[in-house]
Design a protein around this ligand. Structure first.
Ligand code: GRF
Length: 215
């Protein structure tokens, strides 16, 4: 069975959805550890309660991004994971770090990339007046919030939405697609072809999913 390490910075609801999927038997991976860059990340207690090992690599204790990234990579490598899952990990990662984990580092972003990379995605979507918003799971490349897309889920923007309501609608889809994407990886169904993800037979996506397999 493949193993994963999950990186968080705060609440950890996406991490929780992954742990729940594992507990439900819907996600055939071993969660080797949850790592956080903040000692006060709320998700650490959730992981501990689920019996998962946790580590903190506090970015404030390092003089440079490179030094922090080297310590983080060493902590991850100590668990020898097949896949590193960024789940609300709020640090920009150096090219060296991304290169070290190339092809086995994925992220979830709360927009339909390439629209709205960066922060405050829900407010920006409202400000632009888009009618469709959503989330994206992608392989990580050195460019921020960029990289081969594994799966996206779309939600409508409804009249009267504010950022919090829209965020909650998107988050519900995040909790649905991230375990799915990790499962596809675990089952060896994801392949990169000319910089794009090809996913073999994703039959189980559902109508809100826009996936490489054309669900
Ligand atoms: C999610 O919206 C995720 O897409 C973004 O940060 C948020 C993290 O939330 N990268 P949580 O910590 O998983 O609850």
């Amino acid at each position: 069975m493949k193993s994963i390490v999950i990186l968080i910075s705060g609440r950890g609801s996406n991490m929780e959805s992954l742990l729940q999927a594992v507990a439900d038997g819907a996600l055939p991976v071993r969660v080797a550890a949850v790592l956080a860059n903040r000692p006060d990340a709320k998700g650490l207690a959730t992981a501990t309660a689920a019996g998962v090992a946790t580590r903190v690599v506090d970015h404030k204790l390092f003089a440079s991004r490179e030094a922090f990234d080297a310590a983080l990579a060493a902590a991850i490598d100590s668990f020898s994971p097949d896949l590193v899952v960024l789940a609300g990990f709020m640090r920009i990662l150096s090219d060296g770090f991304v290169g070290h984990f190339a092809g086995r580092l994925i992220n979830i972003h709360p927009s339909l990339l390439p629209a709205f990379p960066g922060l405050h995605t829900h407010q920006r979507a409202l400000d632009e007046g888009v009618r469709v918003h959503g989330c994206t799971v992608h392989f990580v490349t050195p460019a921020l919030d960029h990289g081969p897309i594994i799966v996206q889920a779309a939600v409508p923007v409804v009249d009267g939405d504010d950022a919090a309501r829209l965020a909650a609608r998107v988050l519900a889809q995040e909790h649905r697609v991230y375990p799915l994407a990790v499962r596809w990886f675990a089952e060896g169904r994801l392949q990169l072809c000319d910089g794009k993800v090809v996913c073999a037979a994703p039959q189980d996506g559902g109508s809100a999913l826009i996936s490489p397999g054309g669900v």
